[in-house]
Design a protein around this ligand. Structure first.
Ligand code: 5AD
Ligand code: SF4
Length: 444
């Protein structure tokens, strides 16, 4: 069978889609281009209205495609699937499989059953009480040198704007022995960099599924695994980041000096309405602590503009925090009503024009900060983990490679030698572009 997977949204979805793809290939299925596939899987995101709308427009396009080809059909997974559920069957007859985030482990079996029984439809929408293990599937030879490892599912925080606790369910930690075993297997297969994944990794182990291991301890176990060169983790919540985790940035050479720490708003009044449970001051203290132990740490964040009740004065405080920290990168979004979340019922919504203006001011400021951050790398010699050939090859400079420095920023460099994918190469940075830097191999 030939299948094609479309993935929207966060790294959890990317990781889930990657597992489904490998599991299907292990069963003899073939990953195909969109035009060559018989089965389409869409892994969806509903964190904001925009990604959700993209799913519907893709489904509309696939409906036309499947209408004239009776052997083709669609499976819809992820957060929109969990939210809409079996209603998809009414609206999109070509959809035969619906699976929520907790249904991923059963997708390969379900697809085989659906293929064998043309009149069958399956929904996998139940939430599990504990973390559901998936079959181990080997990675193909020559696979990317980085991998994601899930350490938990779901979220218990109920930030008032966020749909995730409803679509991904309550927090469920994965037993630490299983995490460590997966990391060991990945290292044996040649992986150099592991990113620990979860909706709120800092509260790892604090739910009923915990085995007594907290996040700081898990991080230590992973960072000290023999043969592993780089460790990252995401996403972190400022209210839960423990002093031990901050200290880890100076203790473990494998822990990369980069952290994504969403602050969402610089106004304490808005943070309270968001139910974030930290203040602007406590957030800034964490940043100071991180810089004390790791002055070169690269910092990125998420910001929401136009949350209900956000005055210009609140927005200015957000801009101030952004400037005070000097983020290397940020992801900013206009507040978007999500069905069933508490903020959807807040009365004082912000007009679209104000949200757009605030977003553009913020993004302009971030462009300036990003430039400053990238310029700051010029002249430095950094170790780059090569991900593959760069699409931006300057024609006169031989093969160009793309990779990331320890802070996570993209580095392109030229080398006429053999395939460098998966290697750690010392690179001297010579130039800063808009979203990346350019360098030369420096073996001195
Ligand atoms: N509207 C806008 N942005 C949102 N995010 C989550 N929910 C919403 C929403 N309803 C943003 C937050 C979060 C990121 C993944 O998406 O900034 O950190
Ligand atoms: Fe959503 Fe807040 Fe949980 Fe992040 S921590 S997934 S923003 S509820």
């Amino acid at each position: 069978m030939k299948f094609h997977i479309f993935t929207f949204g966060c790294q959890m979805n990317v990781c889930d889609s990657d597992w489904i793809e490998r599991a299907l290939i292990a069963r003899g299925w073939e990953s195909a281009s969109e035009s060559g596939a018989q089965i389409f899987l869409i892994n969806t995101c509903s964190v904001r209205d925009k990604p959700e709308q993209k799913v519907y427009s893709l489904l509309g396009r696939l409906r036309n495609y499947c209408r004239n080809r009776p052997e083709t059909w669609v499976g819809v997974g992820g957060c929109v699937a969990q939210q809409i559920g079996r209603d998809f069957w009414r609206r999109f007859p070509e959809v035969r499989l619906i699976f929520g985030p907790d249904g991923v482990a059963s997708v390969p079996d379900s697809l085989e059953r659906l293929q064998a029984q043309p009149d069958l439809r399956i929904s996998l929408l139940d939430f599990e009480d504990s973390y559901l293990e998936r079959d181990a599937v080997p990675r193909a030879g020559g696979a990317a040198p980085q991998a994601f490892v899930n350490i938990m599912q779901g979220c218990d925080n109920f930030c008032t704007y966020c749909i995730v606790p409803y679509t991904r369910g309550r927090q469920k930690s994965r037993p630490s022995v299983r995490i460590i075993q997966e990391c060991r297997d990945l290292i044996d297969s040649g992986v150099q960099e592991i990113t620990l994944l979860g909706q709120n990794v800092n509260s790892y182990g604090l739910d009923a599924g915990g085995d007594g291991t907290g996040f700081a301890e898990l991080l230590e176990q992973v960072c000290t695994l023999p043969g592993l060169k780089r460790v990252r983790f995401t996403t972190s919540h400022p209210k839960d980041i423990a002093p031990d985790v901050i200290e880890a940035f100076s203790r473990f050479p494998a822990l990369c000096p980069g952290l994504h720490l969403p602050f969402q708003s610089g106004s304490n009044r808005i943070l309270k309405r968001m139910n974030r449970k930290y203040t602007r001051e406590s957030y800034l203290e964490i940043i100071q602590g991180l810089r004390r132990v790791r002055p070169d740490i690269a910092l990125s964040t998420d910001i929401i503009v136009g949350f209900p009740g956000e005055f210009d004065a609140d927005f200015r405080q957000t801009l101030e925090v952004m400037q005070e920290v000097g983020f290397d990168n940020s992801f900013s979004f206009k507040y978007s009503d999500r069905p069933g979340v508490r903020a959807a019922s807040f009365q004082d919504k912000i007009p679209e024009a104000d949200k757009s203006l605030r977003l553009s001011l913020l993004q302009k400021e971030q462009d300036r900060l990003t430039q400053k951050s990238l310029q700051g790398l010029v002249g430095r010699r950094l170790e780059v983990l090569v991900e593959g050939p760069s699409p931006k090859t300057p024609p006169d400079r031989g093969t160009s490679w793309k990779g990331r420095e320890p802070g996570g920023r993209i580095v392109n460099f030229s080398d006429s030698g053999q395939d460098l994918t998966g290697e750690l190469i010392p690179v001297k940075i010579v130039d800063a572009k808009k979203h990346s830097v350019f360098g030369e191999v420096d073996n001195t």
